[in-house]
Design a protein around this ligand. Sequence first.
Ligand SMILES: [Fe+2]
Length: 142
Amino acid sequence: MNTADDLILWGPELMTGIGVIDEQHRVLVDMCNEANKLMQGHVDPEDVKRLVRDLMSYAMYHFEVEEELAIDEGYGESHPVDNELHREQHRNFASTVAALQQELATGKLVKREYLLGFLNSWLINHIQVTDKKMAVAILEKN
Ligand SMILES: [Fe+2]
């Protein structure tokens, strides 16, 4: 359920039409919304670390599911450029979040605006453009 103070509203424009992917995207959106709530007011650095770690591990799992689906569906053969871009965006997300984790580990504070701004724009752009492109290709083929 969307609530008024959600950072990202879940709706049809975020759906790819592939059930398993949409369910996992919904989890990621919920995690970002939780992060948004958690980072309002006083922020415990340990909470931020845990949140980023959970997000990273779920995102990695989700990327694997998508990339395996792409392999099963021959997306790399039918759309090599889009497939490479898709994988590259996953890797870029992972390296940005890993860098963030490094900073958190050394005791640096991460600004709420930076973390949420990055998550929000990355997720929305990735889902609406890159994941959707793959989903359209897969759904058309089947
Ligand atoms: Fe993706």
